[in-house]
Design a protein around this ligand. Structure first.
Ligand SMILES: [Zn+2]
Length: 379
């Protein structure tokens, strides 16, 4: 699989989807499987390119698998609402948190116009409506059927699909929550948003933070993968000024940028930051290739869990998840189990390395035979 992926690079056009410069191969996965952003296995090895000029990590159109036609049927869509916990504060959904940021940036509940691009079924627009009822809200997405969901929230003629450039502005703010990383032509879309905004308008972008979560490379429908300095310069190219914040939501970055009339890219080169990302991925792949044969349950239904199930094939006999709202759901042909009745079962931990020892200890206490893949590196 790895050879065929590498061979394919010879025929790739190799132009950056942001700046048009030549690309180089950064990471060619040896796993036969990747993951869709709705957490389904896709049997295609991941191939990541990096722009030799602007440094953007990206997939080419040939290595990308994006199928959004049935996107709304997935009930475990990770882009749906994540709960954000902060010590000493009541928890919020991601939508509520971003809504509060937008209200505060726009100076409170006034008559501002806000467009969400990639609004899906309106989780964020609902939260923003609750936080600032005076705002005039609009939604844009690819699926015409969302009109019947968005207009009851935002009012008549507030949902658009088709061409973003045809949306009628101007807006005081545009918001993209886990949308920007799916866009095949990020520079053009940012230029369009610039035209849709009032001068000094607000652009809010929430995307995965690749440095905190290198497994983002395996998400096969993410066209681009961002570290904060590259995201900041990507925005600057289209005349948006703002520094992404990686501290507000774990594993994610939020850029709150303002449109300006003129902006100049700094001439200083960006510091390379691939080494820790590649080191983690190579170690993970080495470990997954050493997984034991035979029937196993997989603990975790996020990216690592799905990769493990893809590597196991028919040896994956089911999934376990501790969160009460996951147990009992169907996932990849299995019903997700709770941690009950694990005595004597082999469980492979599909969780981050930092969590694996704690989870493993809990499951061993329940009588399970636990495999921590992260410990297989030196085996
Ligand atoms: Zn580039």
């Amino acid at each position: 699989m790895a050879e065929s992926a590498t061979e394919k690079t010879a025929t790739l056009p190799g132009k950056c989807r942001l700046c048009g410069s030549p690309l180089r191969v950064l990471f060619s996965s040896k796993l036969p499987v990747a993951v869709s952003s709705a957490c389904f296995p896709v049997f295609r090895p991941t191939l990541i390119m990096q722009c030799t000029t602007c440094n953007l990590y990206q997939k080419t159109d040939e290595t990308l698998v994006a199928d959004y036609l049935n996107y709304q049927v997935f009930d475990n869509d990770p882009a749906a609402d994540k709960l954000i916990f902060k010590t000493g504060k009541p928890h919020q959904t991601r939508s509520q948190l971003v809504a509060d940021l937008v209200v505060s940036q726009l100076g409170g509940n006034r008559e501002g116009r806000v467009l969400e691009i990639g609004c899906q079924r309106g989780a964020f627009l609902t939260a923003l409506k609750a936080a600032a009822p005076n705002f005039k809200l609009h939604g844009f997405d690819l699926d015409p059927s969302y009109k019947s969901i968005i207009e009851p929230i935002c009012g008549p003629n507030t949902y658009c699909c088709g061409e973003l450039a045809d949306v009628v502005g101007p807006f005081d703010a545009c918001v993209l929550i886990h949308t920007f990383e799916h866009i095949p032509n990020p520079g053009q879309v940012l230029d369009t948003i610039h035209r849709l905004l009032v001068p000094g308008g607000l652009l809010v972008i929430v995307v995965p933070d690749l440095l905190a979560s290198p497994l983002d490379f395996y998400v096969i429908d993410h066209t681009c993968h961002f570290v904060a300095p590259v995201l900041e310069r990507t925005l600057l190219r289209s005349r948006f000024v703002g520094r992404p914040d990686t501290t507000i939501i774990s594993n994610e970055q939020i850029a709150m940028a303002r449109s300006v009339e003129k902006a100049e890219l700094p001439s200083t080169p960006l510091e390379p930051c691939d080494a820790p990302i590649l080191s983690l991925l190579h170690r993970l792949e080495c470990c997954l290739q050493k997984l034991p044969k035979g029937p196993s349950l997989v603990f975790g239904t996020a990216v690592i869990g799905v990769l493990i199930s893809g590597v196991l094939g028919d040896d994956c006999i089911g999934f376990i998840d501790e969160s009460p709202f996951q147990a009992g759901k169907k996932f990849l042909g299995h019903t997700i189990r709770s941690t009950d009745g694990l005595r004597g079962e082999r469980v492979i931990l599909g969780v981050a390395e930092s969590l694996a020892p704690v989870v493993g200890q809990r499951l061993r206490a329940l009588g399970a035979e636990v495999v921590n893949p992260w410990e297989l590196a030196g085996v």
